[in-house]
Design a protein around this ligand. Sequence first.
Ligand code: FES
Length: 183
Amino acid sequence: MKPKWSERHETVNEILSRYPEKRSAIMPLLHLAQEERGYIGRDDIQAVAEILELSPAQVESVASFYALYLRRPAGRYTLTVCSNLPCTLGGAGRLVEHLEKRLGVRAGETTEDGLFTLRLTGECLAACDQAPVLQVNGYYIHKAVPERVDRVIDALKEGVPIAELADRARLPHEEEHSDGGRV
Ligand code: FES
């Protein structure tokens, strides 16, 4: 849904009230745009620039710097890699490299077939003991080593429902325990 900035005065003012300087609210406002529409459009850049009294180029530079902001509509499946510290120590960087190579996109982009969008989040996904963590839409893949993730991608391409991903993500030597779960 396209954010209706003209109807969001209350929320925008609440966000602005948290900061001594208007420009500090740039990321929360970009989050607001992305939450409502799923990505940040050019009109959102313009609206945020007007609210913060910045140039569109200044807002654009922040929106394009962080991989957590999507600049185009997301694919059917959003693959979100947790890049908070425990997951980074657990191999999130290697996982991102693997996904970029496997999907042929960079973080923040969507595959040409519209199936997958790759994202990073700096926010902890609250499963640090299972690092690195990959989220597929709302579904968690724990200990997301490349072999496991490849199985997940293959399953999604075959049309396997997300609810069945835990079975498909299991590696050959893992008979019993579950590898994923819903948020
Ligand atoms: S740091 Fe990744 S789940 Fe907490």
